[in-house]
Design a protein around this ligand. Structure first.
Ligand code: ZN
Length: 172
């Protein structure tokens, strides 16, 4: 990644890691099987991943044993509300491919999200771009629930038409 703006504001957070809400340090997360499952903003139940005990021995960080910052916040990436329509469409094209192929990894490796407008997003590698698209759009069904079918189609077509124009302009 050579974009200096990206280096300055984007922070890569490895999967399975999280940034502490108190001290902002990144640690590998631990799965607390004895904790009740949490429900995310899409109504999906998931296991709770907590930060391990950290900080100096005599002064443990108050963020120990708590949930990390949301990945988007920790990574410094924009949420749905801060995306252009074209980038929203790019996120939706990816989650559509996930649904159509029935497998996240296959969609990611063959039809990754391609952001165009937001400089941080356009500079992400394919794996991180896909992770972002799923984080902000949810699944295809969740996107339709949230936005309505007409709006999802409008955004999707916008991104699809843009890709077609790019392809014909480059003569491929
Ligand atoms: Zn901490």
């Amino acid at each position: 990644m050579t974009d200096t703006q990206t280096v300055a504001t984007y922070r890569a957070i490895e999967p399975g890691h999280g940034a502490c809400q108190t001290c902002n340090e990144v640690h590998p997360l631990t799965n607390r099987h004895n904790q009740p499952a949490a429900v995310n903003r899409h109504g999906v139940r998931h296991k709770r991943w907590l930060l391990p005990v950290h900080g100096p021995r005599n002064n443990r960080c108050a963020g120990s044993h708590t949930e990390p910052k949301a990945w988007l916040d920790a990574a410094g990436l924009p949420s749905w509300d801060h995306l252009t329509d074209l980038d929203r469409g790019a996120a939706l094209m990816f989650v559509w491919k996930v649904r159509q192929e029935g497998e996240y990894a296959y969609a990611r490796d063959n039809y990754p999200a391609r952001y165009r407008d937001h400089p941080l997003l356009a500079a992400l590698d394919a794996r991180e771009a896909c992770r972002h698209a799923s984080a902000v759009a949810g699944s295809w069904a969740e996107a339709i629930d949230r936005l309505g079918e007409a709006e999802v189609e409008r955004l999707y077509d916008l991104a699809l038409n843009y890709e077609r124009e790019q392809r014909s302009a480059s003569g491929v």
